[in-house]
Design a protein around this ligand. Structure first.
Ligand code: SF4
Ligand code: SF4
Length: 204
């Protein structure tokens, strides 16, 4: 039989009389230290559904699915997979869409589904080929960043018009040409590929 060494006995006695280093959660609320990286909290008003955070998330905790039929992008955030690395906060294009909080212990649960959050954002779909361009809020955010320069793009002009309500949606509605794209289709919501085709016709 091996007897414990003096050093080990000493450690055992010390640990009996010193308070625990670990937190007493859930008996006692845990107060994190300054700069603690806890659960990312989304601000839907400032999130434009751009996909950047999903692209930088190392653990694939953030995923996106585009539902063309419903015209929405579904953003899924599974905090059961989150590493609390802060990449989503650091790379968020609006700077305010997702911010790491100091909550972490509140994520403990017997049901992993309770740690999954969903968001929905309206998609912008090319009227000609049906390609997904991005979300409507993402384009609007870029308009805001660009300022007056946003008006240089005809599609942007149409969308800004809708936003400012200078004319009703009905008044600005342009039916897509049947068959080949035509010059007037520039006033429709088109993906970069289709817009390039129209421009080639206009300037050739
Ligand atoms: S903190 Fe890191 S792991 Fe967690 S959702 Fe953000 S990027 Fe992904
Ligand atoms: S990067 Fe920011 S704005 Fe873009 S989807 Fe993520 S949280 Fe939303």
């Amino acid at each position: 039989m091996k007897y414990p060494k003096i050093r080990e006995l000493r450690e055992a006695v010390i640990s009996l009389v010193t308070p625990a280093y670990t937190t007493r959660f859930p008996k006692k609320e845990h107060t994190p230290f300054e700069g603690f990286r806890g659960k990312p909290v989304v601000d839907d008003q400032n999130c434009v559904g751009c996909e950047t955070c999903a692209n930088v998330c190392p653990s694939l905790a953030i995923t996106f699915e585009d539902d063309r039929e419903k015209g929405v992008r579904i953003i899924k955030r599974d905090y059961g997979k989150c590493l609390f690395c802060g990449q989503c906060e650091e790379h968020c294009i609006t700077g305010k869409g997702v911010v790491l909080s100091d909550q972490i212990y509140d994520l403990s649960s017997f049901d992993r589904k309770t740690n999954v959050e969903y968001q929905e954002k309206e998609l912008l779909i090319c009227k000609n080929c049906g390609a997904i361009i991005t979300t409507r809020e993402h384009i609007m955010f870029m308009h805001k960043k660009l300022g007056p320069k946003a008006y240089s793009n005809i599609m942007n002009l149409k969308m800004l018009n809708e936003k400012l309500r200078l004319a009703s949606r009905e008044e600005t509605k342009v039916e897509l040409s049947e068959g080949e794209l035509r010059r007037r289709d520039m006033f429709n919501v088109l993906c970069p590929n289709c817009l390039r085709q129209v421009q080639m016709k206009v300037f050739s």
